[in-house]
Structure formats: C-alpha cells, structure tokens
Design a protein around this ligand. Structure first.
Ligand code: SAH
Length: 190
C-alpha cells in the first residue's frame, strides 16, 4: 500500500497485525473511513466499537457501515471516548486488539469541535487497560490547529513516560510536510 498520508501508513502496519475475528476500537470515528477499514478487517467473527461526540459523525459513520460492511459487526456510541471503560461490555476488557485515535477536528465540519488533551489522556489510559497483550494503540496527532499543539505535547509526554517493560512506543512523523507536523504514535502492550 502506498503511504501518501500518515493514516494509510498506520493501516499498512495494522494489516500486519489484524486478522478476521479481531476486536477493534475507533476512538474518533469522524467521517467513518477508519471504522469501515476496521469492520472489514474484523469480519463476521470480530467487532468494532466506535465513539464520537458529534451526532453528524455518528450518523455518517453508521450510514457508511450500513452501505459497505456486512454483517453488522459494529457498535457506535454517540459519546466521548473517555467513557469507553463504562460503555464497552466487560467481556471485551483485555481482549481489544487495536485502538485507533485520529485527533483534532473533523475536516469539513465545525473546526471548534476538537479532541482535548484532558479527555484524550483519560481515553488513552483506558485503551491501554482494554488492550490484549500484543495489542496496538495508534494515535494520529495534529499540532496545527488552536489547541492542537498543547494536545500534541501532552499525548507525547504521557506516552514517553510509559513503562518500557510494559509498553513499546514508536513515533513516526511526516517530516517534510510544510507547516505543522503530523505524528503517529504506535504503542504496543507487551
Ligand atoms: N484531524 C483528522 C480528523 C479528526 S476527526 C484529520 O484531519 O483527518 C476527530 C473526531 O473526534 C471528530 O469527529 C470529533 O467530533 C471527535 N471527537 C472530539 N472529541 C471527542 C471525544 N471526547 N470522544 C470521541 N470523539 C471525539
């Protein structure tokens, strides 16, 4: 797969890891493209849990899933990802293979509705608890919009401090992009 953006790069990494039957979380469903990718990969025996605080994003994602993905192997919550521990049924705790975050605002929508470091960090911590051993957390971080720089620093600081004996963290970055950087963190739970 040609990686012309950081999410397609992340998906090429995920394709190596994910198998039919996997359990995934899309923590920021947005326009639903990543949710569809995860649903297709998980297949009939897997499941995808999705979160977004914007009704428009939830509706668009559900519509896309209904059009493109069969059978219905998804549950989309119109709720903040900081509530994932309460909303994802206990039987899936410790069984999640992958969690994706695509931070920032939804392109083409209200640019003032953004992910915020306080809730993002709660959700990242919850995600790490929900992952199975060998599971992967991916976080796409955008520093260019108001509030983005602060969130970028907070998320990287949090992940830098994770115990090396429990997690491995790899950062990739689009280093020739004009303007602000786009980063992707990959956190593997050992
Ligand atoms: N910046 C990316 C797209 C990010 S979409 C890009 O350029 O491609 C981010 C999504 O996160 C938006 O749809 C927004 O509604 C959602 N969001 C914001 N806060 C959230 C929260 N606390 N929980 C879940 N989703 C949230």
């Amino acid at each position: 797969m040609i990686s012309n953006n950081i999410l397609s790069f992340a998906k090429s990494v995920l394709c190596e890891l994910l198998e039919p039957g996997c359990i995934a979380i899309d923590a920021t469903v947005g326009n639903g493209y990543d949710t569809v990718f995860l649903s297709e990969t998980a297949g009939a025996d897997g499941h995808v849990f999705g979160f977004d605080i914007q009704e428009e994003a939830v509706k668009q994602t559900e519509q896309r899933l209904n059009e493109e993905c069969r059978p219905q192997n998804w549950t989309i919550f119109h709720s903040g990802h900081e509530n994932m521990l309460e909303l994802i049924p206990a039987e899936f705790h410790g069984r999640i293979d992958v969690v994706m975050f695509n931070l920032g605002f939804l392109p083409g929508s209200d640019k003032t509705v953004i992910t915020k470091s306080a809730t993002t960090l709660v959700a990242i911590e919850a995600s790490l608890g929900l992952l199975t051993r060998g599971g992967l957390l991916c976080v796409a971080i955008y520093a260019g919009h108001p509030g983005g720089d602060e969130e970028d620093r907070a998320v990287r600081e949090y992940c830098t401090a994770l115990d090396y004996h429990a997690y491995r963290v790899i950062q990739s970055e689009m280093i020739n992009k004009p303007g602000y950087p786009i980063r992707m963190l990959f956190v593997t739970k050992l």
